[in-house]
Design a protein around this ligand. Structure first.
Ligand code: ADP
Ligand code: MG
Length: 586
């Protein structure tokens, strides 16, 4: 074929493909325009999941009637003049191609009025072809209607997902912008029914409830961190609140929603070894940097950014999240009965304590002391003071003994520790395995091979697992109809538990099919550790007790089990003194 310059209409459809992938991308561009125009109230109306209509109305600055044709022209923008401007962008838009792109794949109507002008104007564009501007009476602000999206690109239409999915994407998008701009009032309707309505009162947690539901929103931890002129604030989930995928992790950079794998992995890194494997946190985090520190002109839909100092940003995010987690959730959160805890701001010494003692005490005090009615609001001990992030390692502990055949009691340099023997042992086993993974799994051959007899169905499934089992240190071979012989198990586990642990693999499979899709090995091992760990209610010899303590001290994350539950409760000397009224009260 001869080389030819493409007709304008084809070129713009190609360009539109990058910006306008689906109805949610239209919503995104229009909402960003409204925000750039300084709107305080944005209304989004969608019909038939955006295929029939997407309408975004705002009360922002408006567009001069004479400028309407320019607004829908390609590379026409009011937000950028020179190429240097590209590196100090404060607005969400700057490419001047959204309206043009949308107009080339739909029937677009742009109605706008400057507040100062008496009348507004309306312009219709169909498949990229503009009509004439007509005068119209309209309230100040702008309304963009996008009808019959992709009517002239049937292929694109064919790629759309189900209405439910497309709607969910739009909901997610508008809700996220509502979170980022809590002072703007957002309304979203699908086929006339309200899906979102925010008050614009600036309360992010309120918007959060719209995104995740009230229960979850209440539990989310607020983080706020500043360093070297960068700030990060927002919400992260406590260890007890997780999802099976990372879709609920949202980052905004300078008010722009971005999809950035590095930011997400910085967050996940901060949760590493604290969550059960295969579980992911929820987060909505807002990162603010100097405009010069971010290149936003990387991606046509502006969904990706490039950082000038990616590594610093990575560590910054990781530190902020870690710190947030440690402040709030290194130990159980139960509110602390009031009368002793009405605190003056902590002294410098208290502030440097690893973990707010009152906070730690909470778990114990909350459970067996009656709550004084009416004092609750002042008693809920919110860690408002910025605390220094504690080291996660344990101090050396002196064993005192076992309680109820379930808990170990130990003394440390700063008070008393109650340790859940089962959770602690799970942690110990789990880390042993992780360490071995790095070095190669050591096996122990059983003196007497064990035989596992399974139902026909289980046997079939189990057979598929054999290679995976081998990798994590189980030597298992078929041994006649429905039977398997266990010849060796990982060296880190108690050989007498071999059969039981192997059996637990099958149960794991039944309970959780996902188990076999991602992170198989680690997830399986977490399961096995749970099985193989010492149980609650099991009396331990003094040697076993102190052995467990030593092993726990050696762990990298001794304070939680692999499933994220606490392994211990710490009663600091300070808390004991306060509880006994020796100091700090009244
Ligand atoms: P960009 O946002 O990158 O400038 P767009 O194609 O999205 O490009 O918009 C083109 C121009 O139209 C904007 O620069 C702005 O001047 C004007 N405009 C678009 N939407 C609005 C709006 N809702 N309110 C005021 N002006 C708008
Ligand atoms: Mg724009």
């Amino acid at each position: 074929m001869k080389i030819q310059i493409l007709p304008e209409s084809v070129a713009s459809q190609i360009a539109a493909g990058e910006v306008v992938e689906r109805p949610a991308s239209v919503v995104k561009e229009l909402v960003e325009n409204a925000l750039d125009a300084g709107a305080t109230h944005i209304t989004v109306r969608v019909e038939q999941a955006g295929k029939r209509l997407i309408e975004v109305g705002d009360d922002g600055s408006g567009i001069a009637v004479d400028d309407l044709p320019l607004a829908v022209a390609r590379h026409a923008t009011s937000k950028l003049r020179t190429s240097e401007d590209l590196f100090r962008i404060k607005s969400l838009g700057f490419r001047g191609e959204a309206l043009a792109s949308i107009a080339s794949v739909s029937r677009l109507t742009l109605t706008s009025r400057l507040a100062a002008a008496g009348r507004g104007g309306v312009l219709r564009v169909s498949g990229g072809v503009s009509g004439e501007v007509e005068p119209i009476g309209a309230p100040p602000g702008t309304v963009v209607q996008v009808e019959n999206l992709f009517y002239n690109v049937p292929a694109r239409r064919g790629f759309l997902k189900t209405d439910v999915t497309e709607r969910r994407q739009m909901d997610a998008l508008v809700t996220r912008y509502a979170l980022a701009y809590p002072r703007v009032r957002f309304q979203l309707y699908h086929d006339g029914k309200s899906h979102l309505h925010t008050s614009g009162n600036g309360e992010r947690r309120e918007v959060l409830a719209g995104l995740y539901g009230v229960e979850v929103a209440k539990q989310m931890l607020e983080v706020s961190f500043e360093e070297d002129g960068r700030t990060i604030h927002g919400f992260i989930s406590p260890l007890t609140l997780t999802r099976s995928n990372r879709r609920e992790v949202t980052f905004f950079v300078n008010g722009r929603w971005v999809q950035d794998a590095a930011l997400v992995s910085a967050l996940l890194r901060a949760y590493r070894n604290l969550l059960m494997v295969g579980r992911f946190p929820l987060a909505v985090l807002f990162l603010e940097l100097e405009a010069e520190q971010v290149d936003v002109n990387v991606h046509p839909a502006k969904a990706e950014v490039r950082f000038r100092q990616p590594e610093q940003i990575f560590h910054f995010v990781q530190r902020a999240v870690r710190r947030g987690l440690m402040v709030y959730s290194s130990l159980p959160q139960v509110s602390f009965p009031s009368w002793h805890s009405k605190t003056a701001p902590p002294t410098e010494v208290e502030r440097r304590r690893p973990i707010d003692p009152g906070w730690e005490m909470a778990a114990v005090a909350g459970s067996d002391q009656p709550r004084a009615a009416g004092v609750e609001s002042e008693t809920d001990l919110q860690p408002t003071q910025p605390l220094v992030m504690p080291s996660r390692a344990l101090p050396l502990l002196r064993l005192i003994g076992q309680v109820g055949a379930t808990y170990l009691v130990a003394e440390g340099p700063d008070g008393l520790y109650l340790i859940d023997q089962h959770a602690a042992h799970e942690r110990v086993l789990f880390e042993r395995f992780l360490n071995q993974c790095a070095a190669g799994v050591a096996l122990q051959t059983l003196l007497q091979p064990e035989v596992l007899q399974l139902s026909a169905a289980d046997a079939l499934r189990f057979e598929e697992l054999l290679p995976l089992l081998n990798r994590i240190g189980f030597q298992v071979e078929p041994f006649g109809a429905g039977a398997f012989q266990v010849r060796a198990v990982p060296a880190w586990m108690d050989a007498s538990k071999a059969l039981m642990a192997t059996r637990s693999l099958i149960e794991a499979f039944e309970e959780d099919e996902l188990l076999f899709e991602t992170q198989q090995e680690t997830r399986l091992v977490a399961r096995i550790c749970k099985r193989a760990a010492i149980k609650g209610g099991q009396t331990l010899s003094v040697e076993e007790q102190s052995g467990l303590l030593r092993d726990l001290e050696a762990c990298e994350s001794p304070r939680t089990c692999p499933h994220g539950r606490p392994t211990m409760i710490h009663l600091s000397v300070d808390v004991l003194e306060r509880q006994f009224g020796r100091r700090g009260s009244r």
